[in-house]
Design a protein around this ligand. Sequence first.
Ligand code: SF4
Length: 244
Amino acid sequence: MRNPNDLRAIQLIFQNPDESLNPNHTVEQILSQPLKLYFNLSGEELKKNIIDLLKKVRLGEFYMSRYPRQLSGGEKQRVAVARAFAAKPDIILCDEVTSALDVSVQAAVLNLLQQLKEDLGTTYVFVSHDLAVVRAISDRVAVLYQGRLCEIGPSQNVYKFPSHPYTEVLLGAVLEPDPDIKPKLVAEDIVEEKPPEKGCSFQGRCPRKIGDICNSEVPPWQIGENGNAIRCHINIEELASLQQ
Ligand code: SF4
């Protein structure tokens, strides 16, 4: 049988806490499970650890006896965060963890995650479609199109100097308060049901496509002076000059 500690180092927080928390378990039971499984805790020590976890996610001791249905969306997500941290993981995979929450609660949950990251040194792999959320929480960003990597780099570089044509389109599509400011680069508006079998994943919509090579050969990785790595058949320095 697999040692549970093999799994302890990587934990998950899911998009929808309504589906990830057992509705028939109290908060105490939910938080007990990883503490028993990974650390074999019981009795007073178990209770003390549960209270500490609740404190970390800014919930009081009295939440222990509550069921998920008695909590708001933000409180449920805090319990899910506490459950992930109960395992003392090195890495937490956060899968769209704020998308089911309203905007004011999103900010509070992001602040909490940021604080816990700083206090405990945990690494997040943060999956999101919300570009503002990604910018707020990330040190490094990986951009995917059709499930394939297009660009990786330090967060501030990717946002300030997007190199790959898809990243350029993606960030250019963020709405500006001024309605006269239009996207600089616009991709083809077609529905792609699956990734292409050969070549570049963005070939069907790319506004900078250079020809058949994009359809037939997987683009190579290149690293630019700004530290961003991209997959494209156009030279990364040439792309930078096209974007000016
Ligand atoms: S490889 Fe071709 S299709 Fe893909 S992003 Fe670069 S230019 Fe566009």
